[in-house]
Design a protein around this ligand. Structure first.
Ligand code: FAD
Ligand code: FES
Ligand code: FES
Length: 464
């Protein structure tokens, strides 16, 4: 039976753990401030804050799309809707939205308030740039984004100098009027909740972020036994060990982007992964979910292929095996994963000396859009400047994420214009796209080559 705190009220419900939170908030709890529009994670109208208890006793808040968030996933959490921020006076975020005329019809406004409040509570820096990143999943159809950006800028100015040290942050945000006083008591109240143990039987469906599953088949999932990987603390880590980055199978894309070892060893990934969906989805969506859903254009899968990643796969009985990601995809949406097997770890070799990495994605919109074509490259050059290693991946050009073969032919050559052109033509030849709503086959084939040229044209070290 999922139990959580909804604003200030403890809730225990008999509803299915697979029911999405949005349905519960509006239908059962009758809180209509959280809006329903797309139900597919595309608009941000349903954004809420999910506060999860951390090992040190504090509560970490993230803005998430409640239309793709099953109740079982928020078991033991603090859920904040706009009603949980209502009071006298308005919160700082609400006041700045009013003062900057950043709301017109108001339909998107609760989501925007929650995303900005989540930014204040959770962002690694309280910069204007991060505030705008935090809003990349919130669509407004009438106010115009200039006034919303002005409200975000005013917020950052008001919060200049506010600490982001976790132990002091909440006190400071309560004093600034960003969140109400009652947040202070939430960690203790969460400790008193009786959470349901994770049900991970043999036939259970693994739910990681749910951002793919709950778009595809929300009704069927209400009838299934679900295993919520966000409850597996043992799968939530990013660490460097033996020259490899080791990433637990439940790490979210946003936590991965922000992890200290990723910033240190792969700083370009922080920017690249901003192109994956939007903040309210990245806060739940996982790297492993992106790999296992086997989309031919999954951004993380394409990046990890070029980085020569491998997977640790754990069977239900506990036996482990390792598979290179390059051998994981067997056909359209078919992987080398047997029933009940879990991707428990993703292993990424650190860049060898002389290597650089680069990612390109072409889509209709910069954020919240699936690629027409995406591609990543890891190229290694020796001290004499000749190519000693080349891995090139491409998505949207075949039934599975593609690893372009035969590139050893370019080893020993300098990456000059002639060589780059030949590599681009090899990528075009390997690409076998189809016509679809993201573009014609001819367009995508052309892109496969052009993006290789873009990889090599990127300033040296840009993405290192
Ligand atoms: C609006 C929207 C925008 C999107 N934009 C992008 C985008 O820009 N780029 C992109 O690549 N994708 C995008 N996606 C797709 C999706 O968000 C991503 O693929 C995401 O990374 C999936 O991860 P998840 O944790 O939510 O997976 P889930 O939905 O939880 O799971 C997906 C599948 O993987 C299985 N699974 C999950 N974790 C494991 C594990 N550890 N071991 C074994 N099986 C597992 C599940 O059982 C399920 O079959 C978008 C989705 C939406 C709704
Ligand atoms: S209703 Fe649009 S993101 Fe949830
Ligand atoms: S104020 Fe109308 S959609 Fe944003």
């Amino acid at each position: 039976m999922p139990s959580f705190i909804l604003n200030q009220r403890v809730v225990s419900t008999e509803e299915s753990p697979g029911l999405v939170l949005l349905e519960f908030i509006r239908g059962t709890a009758c809180l209509s401030g959280t809006k329903e529009a797309c139900r597919e994670g595309e608009c941000g109208a349903c954004t809420v804050l999910v506060g999860a208890k951390q090992a040190d006793g504090s509560v970490a808040y993230k803005a998430c799309a409640s239309c793709l968030l099953p109740l079982g996933d928020v078991d033991g959490c603090h859920i904040v809707t706009v009603e949980g921020l209502i009071g006298e006076p308005l919160t700082l975020v609400q006041r700045l939205i009013v003062e900057n005329s950043a709301s017109q019809c108001g339909f998107c406004t609760p989501g925007i308030v929650l995303s900005l409040t989540g930014f204040c509570l959770g962002s690694s820096s309280l910069s204007y740039e991060e505030a705008i990143n935090a809003l990349d999943g919130n669509i407004c159809r009438c106010t115009g984004y200039v006034s919303i950006r002005n409200a975000a800028r005013a917020l950052c100015e008001k919060l200049a100098g506010t600490t982001v040290v976790p132990s002091k942050r909440l006190d400071s945000l309560i004093s600034s009027g960003v969140v109400p006083e009652y947040f202070r008591a939430i960690p203790d109240q969460l400790s008193e909740l009786r959470s349901a143990p994770a049900s991970c039987g043999k036939d259970a469906v693994f739910v990681a972020g749910g951002t793919d599953l709950f778009v595809q088949k929300p009704e069927q999932l209400m009838e299934k036994s679900l295993c919520f990987l966000s409850k597996r603390r043992d799968l939530d880590y990013v660490r460097v060990d033996g020259g490899r980055l080791r990433v637990g199978g439940a790490v979210t894309i946003e936590d991965f982007r922000n992890a200290a070892p990723v910033r240190e060893h792969f700083p370009g990934l922080r920017e690249d992964l901003l192109l994956h969906s939007s903040a309210i989805l990245r806060n739940k969506a996982t790297l492993a979910g992106n790999i296992v859903n086997a989309s031919p254009i999954g951004d993380a899968a394409i990046i990890l292929l070029a980085l020569d990643a491998g997977l640790v796969i754990t069977a239900a009985a506990g036996a482990k095996r390792e598979v290179p990601l390059a051998k994981f995809y067997l056909g359209y949406k078919k992987t080398d994963l047997a029933c009940g097997e879990l991707v428990s770890e993703i292993v990424i070799p650190l860049l060898p000396a002389g290597a650089r990495y680069h990612f390109e994605k072409v889509s209709n919109r910069a954020t919240l859009d699936i690629a027409a074509v995406n591609t990543a490259l890891r190229v290694t050059t020796g001290p004499d400047g000749v190519i000693t290693g080349l891995i090139l991946s491409a998505g949207g050009v075949g039934p599975t994420p593609l690893l372009v073969g035969g590139l050893e032919a370019f080893y020993g050559r300098k990456p000059d214009a002639v060589t780059v052109d030949a590599i681009a033509r090899a990528a075009e030849a390997a690409a076998k796209p189809i016509d679809d709503i993201r573009g014609s086959a001819a367009y995508k084939k052309l892109l496969a080559g052009q993006l290789v040229r873009a990889h090599f044209a990127a300033p040296r070290g840009e993405a290192l």
